[in-house]
Design a binder for this molecule. Sequence first.
Ligand SMILES: NC(=O)c1ccc[n+]([C@@H]2O[C@H](COP(=O)([O-])OP(=O)(O)OC[C@H]3O[C@@H](n4cnc5c(N)ncnc54)[C@H](O)[C@@H]3O)[C@@H](O)[C@H]2O)c1
Length: 424
Amino acid sequence: MELQIGIFGLGFVGLTTSLGFAEKGFRTRGFDIDLKRRETITNGYLPFLEPGLDTVLRHYLGREFLISQSATETAKESDIIFFCVGTPCGKNGRADLRYLFSALDNILPVIQDEKPRILVIKSTVPPGTTQNEIIPHIRTKWDFDETKLMIANNPEFLREGKCWEDFINPDRIVCGVENEKTTGILQELYNPFNAPLYFVSLNTGEFIKYLSNTLLASLISFSNEMSIIADRVGNVDTGKAFRILHEDKRLRGSGINAYIYPGCGFGGYCLPKDTQAMAENARSAGFEPGILREVIKTNDGMPEFFAKKIKATAQPDTPIGILGLSFKPESDDVRESQAAKIIKLLLADGYTNLYAYDPSSNASFDEMYRLPHVRYLSSAKAVCGAGTVLVVVTAWEEFKNLQLTFPSKTWIDCRYFIVKKGAA
Ligand SMILES: NC(=O)c1ccc[n+]([C@@H]2O[C@H](COP(=O)([O-])OP(=O)(O)OC[C@H]3O[C@@H](n4cnc5c(N)ncnc54)[C@H](O)[C@@H]3O)[C@@H](O)[C@H]2O)c1
């Protein structure tokens, strides 16, 4: 019998997962609680910037991929239900699981029928969550057995900006499972992906995701700490030093080099909250995670490091241009944007002559942060013309050569990537 897939949450992960299974020939139903988001997708548009995913959406929409208007219909019709809802940073840095529990509670009454189902947690949740919180929570409402309900987790490793490529050609697929029956069904589902498929315990599945994200965060904070040391030493070409480091044959050509490079700190949806949540998870288990604590502290200090540099060269009434607002290039995601943190530090010290431009995010940044005294301009060149001090916060390719066109301005390159006149 053909497996029917249901997906709860149609963000970066949920929409990509829906379309990925559709591409592999499964009938997939997606539901998002946000009506506006459902309408946007139903009309064939993405609710976020994700290169290439719109073409895939238009191809599968109304065929293998259906948008559902009802959570209960999605749950009833599906054999495997994926939860891809947000798990933001909650109280004291812990993962906030309220969206996950609310999605679960919504469907529990309708799935207690004759059809066996698997619930798969794809949202990033701290190690121990499925075993110690989700399963006991479901059991308070339904004393199920494994012939009726199986619970698994399946962490997602895709990167925003490369969602489709990463989902369709994963380097590994990890499923946290409790029994052989679940393994068999998930094996059938993931067989068409032609990638190493690992079945591990529930806690191991969750742990692997945090292992990955906290390593990336640690590499970034290590690089940032080294950049601060280089700055103190003086006369160090920091960007060049890291690029030469990447020539080490143990690193050369590796994608990991993107994380072994300094900047103004990691932002976005995942690394900040997941590093915090892992640290809190460790504390709950009775262990103080010294390295993770310092990774977070270094990251938290990076906006201040650059704000000080700006203030050292600009007066409160100096026109300052901010280039880049999204947390990384090729993305319109402004969650935990370092630009917002730097601008807030400037505003706090009375800097009110601010201009900003981002190729994708002027409007979404303004809507999310509502910062006063920031004028959003329609091009990078307009910002370069308006500002005396220019601060590159996001490494968009279109900013790379701007200093060559505006050499008389004072440049602060928070990403160590712009081309300088005469630089080798
Ligand atoms: N964004 C990434 O790069 C990435 C990568 C790997 C893992 N993750 C993890 O995957 C999860 C989802 O991340 P995302 O970036 O896709 O989040 P997102 O914020 O883009 O999307 C989450 C969606 O869930 C919807 N939602 C909330 N409650 C719901 C409910 N009860 N029923 C149906 N829909 C509901 C929201 O409306 C939203 O559209 C998070 O746990 C995240 O940590 C994210």
